[in-house]
Design a protein around this ligand. Sequence first.
Ligand SMILES: Cc1cc2nc3c(=O)[nH]c(=O)nc-3n(C[C@H](O)[C@H](O)[C@H](O)COP(=O)(O)OP(=O)(O)OC[C@H]3O[C@@H](n4cnc5c(N)ncnc54)[C@H](O)[C@@H]3O)c2cc1C
Length: 392
Amino acid sequence: MADVIIVGAGPAGSALALGLARTGCSVVLLDGARFPREKLCGDFLNPRAVALLEELSVAGAVRARARLVERMRVVCGSGVGFTAWYPKGAAGLAIPRSELDAVLVAQAAAARGVEFLEGVRAEDLLFEDGRVCGVYVRLRAGGRTALRAPITVGADGRHSVVAHRLGLIHKDRRHRKMALGARYELAPVEAGTAEVFLAPRAYAIVNYLADGTANLSLVADQQEIAVARGEWHGAWRRLLARFPDLDRRLDGALPAGPMRVLGPMAQRAARAHFPGGLLVGDAAGFYDPFTGEGVCAALECARMAAPVIVGALASGGLERLSEYERVRRRALAGRFRLQRALQAVIQSQRAARACVGALARMPAAAAGLLAWIGDARRAVRAPARESGCCGT
Ligand SMILES: Cc1cc2nc3c(=O)[nH]c(=O)nc-3n(C[C@H](O)[C@H](O)[C@H](O)COP(=O)(O)OP(=O)(O)OC[C@H]3O[C@@H](n4cnc5c(N)ncnc54)[C@H](O)[C@@H]3O)c2cc1C
């Protein structure tokens, strides 16, 4: 029997498996998907996420497939905009999630003490004496079996079976946003730049990838996207018309893959710990992709969870798992407040225009805000141009 079962091998699950393996824990890491697998995402890693990948010894492999993001261009309506740079020595990366997650999961699967079960889906939780003691999984060959461990971790994303079975998930009734995503064959206007476009009750994020394509995500209120009832291309065209500069840029650009849709996105777990386990990454809650820090938060959660799990296993006192709740809240509360404040601003086009106009006049403030959002102060070792990125 392993010490820990981790359900979900996205960034949160793979990073936690790696962190635990380094301390000598035995881990079963399982995922319903087979890797590489696609995931609707902006494909952006902020500077802090890059630093966390460095700690996991995968940053080199990630950079080899990535494009450097040194600055962010924010445009509101037509003609109002600013470009902010990350602090000297810090930068983000643009890499398709299929590639990032495949690198992480390969590293985790190769780690001593980790057994990786691919294409194996958790269907339910196993309980004993009022606490979770494992999962029931659907076997690839059909049928299902029980896997047991002292600690079970839900790293299974926004639709977490672990969190749902425990009745921990609350949907956010006020922030009901959905996302549409697609790739285009499109080169960046300025090297090393990602772009954010703001429009009334919608925004668009463009991230340029190393293979010459651009990842475009459109985010809007649920009713505006859901009303399309599967006619996603119609919803896409209607939304895109709100971003005239971007719409013009895409004129004639070829789509480079299928369109994906997702949402409503915002939800949170009442608690990120439970008798016998923890929730990490999106399984513990997700608000909005605007700040592009979901992968960073997932890696950060894994980093906080590993020592708590090791401590609980060593002492045999599983109630110590509640310590994770405290450290997680302390580390992430400020970021959640910032996300909510930014959403309040961009909901109103007038407020967004005023803010973007003010930041255009104050480049130091714009750079400070970008550094804060990307947690660039804690980007311990920044990616350097010569370190093997595919391009800028
Ligand atoms: C439109 C959009 C754009 C975004 N853009 C960005 C961005 O640019 N940068 C950024 O940092 N973040 C972004 N995010 C957020 C980011 O995608 C998530 O925060 C991140 O993927 C969370 O990682 P995770 O490991 O918690 O979950 P996931 O990446 O969702 O991984 C969960 C894993 O669990 C597996 N799984 C699920 N259920 C089961 C089950 N029952 N049994 C076994 N396995 C299971 C899945 O197959 C999956 O591999 C974006 C999100 C959205 C919606």
